[in-house]
Design a protein around this ligand. Structure first.
Ligand SMILES: [Mg+2]
Length: 428
């Protein structure tokens, strides 16, 4: 725990990320109201600032708003996750080159550390970074700077709220910190959930200033060390490190909602098989193997039926072989299927992940080196062909029959940043 004035932490966040990505690849959408819909074109999950100005609400079911959106000439799009993931990768790659350490916090947010120059002024650095990202990706950033992660988060909030900030706010350079802290309500502070904020409010603690100055014992007793650390960070101490290591994931999940509910076992099996193929490829791309496979299915939250079931299998030898995983998933799908229910979502989870380097073999079910090499070569060949000739150049027969249950994405934008065929062409 140190107070450091030389090293600063910045929280960099892309504004209206999904809508900005869409506006970036389609110039017609710039300066126009844009909304993005959730899977199956269900609800509104993202809005451009122009759509916000029209008072279009988050979370609204699309069918209810359809007519009004039409009247207001709002561009409505299905969510295009491959576009957002690709833009996120490009964003993080650019950010990485302009900071010392970086922790990717979400698809459009990163904590970075940066040394302060002699005059301690990081505004020129932040302005340059904003301009660079806008020039390269057409996305605007908000940059909050502080002595630590919690204060960087608070600064980011202030940068968004204060009109004249131009998207940048450095908390360490303000003289009247209390005036700003008073403006931040406790429920807006990073790490404070609804329950905690209710408790704080019941104690008369309403804003960041009151939380920072609250009695230490009181906070430690109720919120433990996590709460204490947060309070110390508000005071300017550094307790939470930048987690820069690409920590391997604890689980890999692939799940989707269906466009049309599933009632037949063969459809459920097919959906789970497709998700298992995806999850296995994802695992191999990170050199991981699973020794615990789960599948689940459930009815819609909005239907009168209420059914949810999962099944799992523990493996003796960890694997990343799609053939082996598919056999298990096909068997497990029979355990969770129930003909009486209309299933609206299902998924596959790969857990107990281990890296291929420290693979432990069971002495009971020992596989020869030759068999393992064979399996490895086969998977590597499939992955490299799919990479070269786009996904699904090689896949399993189970995925090939017609699918009536796939999600609706009727309003999908182009995938011009990830798909060479969709790249815009200029005719001279
Ligand atoms: Mg954002």
């Amino acid at each position: 725990m140190t107070i450091s004035s030389i090293e600063a932490i910045a929280l960099i966040d892309a504004n209206n990320f999904y809508a900005s990505c869409e506006q970036s690849i389609n110039p017609h959408l710039r300066n126009k109201p844009v909304v993005i819909l959730s899977n199956n074109d269900g609800c509104i999950i993202a809005r451009s600032p122009e759509a916000r100005a029209l008072k279009i609400k988050m979370g609204c079911p699309y069918f209810k708003e359809k007519e009004r959106l039409n009247k207001l000439d709002v561009a409505v799009l299905s969510s295009n996750y491959s576009l957002y993931a690709d833009m996120s990768k490009r964003l993080m790659n650019l950010l990485k080159n302009h900071c010392e350490e970086m922790e990717i916090y979400s698809i459009d947010e990163a904590f970075v550390s940066i040394s302060r120059p002699n005059d301690k002024n990081l505004y020129p650095w932040a302005r340059k970074l904003r301009a660079l990202i806008y020039q390269n990706l057409g996305i605007t950033l908000t940059i909050g700077i502080g002595e630590n992660k919690v204060r960087a988060k608070v600064a980011n909030k202030l940068a968004k709220n204060i009109d004249y900030s131009a998207g940048i706010f450095d908390l360490a350079r303000t003289k009247d910190e209390n005036n700003y802290f008073k403006e931040i309500s406790v429920d807006k502070i990073w790490g404070i959930g609804k329950q905690t904020s209710n408790w704080l409010k019941s104690k008369g603690i309403r804003n960041a200033q009151e939380l920072r100055d609250m009695k230490e014992n009181q906070i430690l007793k109720k919120l433990g060390i996590v709460g204490r650390r947060m309070q110390l960070e508000l005071k300017g101490y550094k307790c939470l490190p930048i987690e820069k290591s690409n920590k391997s994931k604890r689980q890999i999940q692939v799940s989707r909602s269906f466009g049309t509910p599933i009632t037949k076992l063969e459809d459920l099996t097919q959906a789970l098989a497709i998700y298992a193929i995806k999850a296995s490829a994802k695992m191999r791309s990170q050199s991981l193997r699973t020794s615990f496979i789960s599948v689940f299915a459930r009815t819609s939250k909005y239907s009168s039926q209420n059914y949810q079931k999962s099944a799992n299998k523990k493996l003796i030898n960890a694997t990343d072989n799609t053939n082996a995983i598919l056999k298990i998933v096909v068997e497990l799908s029979k355990e969770i299927y129930n003909p009486e229910y209309k299933l609206s979502k299902a998924g596959v989870l790969m857990q107990d992940l281990t890296t291929c380097k420290n693979l432990q073999q069971s002495i009971i079910n020992y596989k020869s080196q030759e068999d393992m090499k064979k399996s490895e070569n086969l998977m590597r060949t499939i992955d490299s062909l799919n990479k070269k000739y786009k996904n699904k150049a090689i896949t399993w027969a189970i995925t090939n029959k017609p699918k009536e249950w796939t999600i609706n994405r009727n309003l999908l934008s182009r995938t011009s940043t990830t798909d060479i065929i969709k790249i815009p062409t200029i005719v001279i």
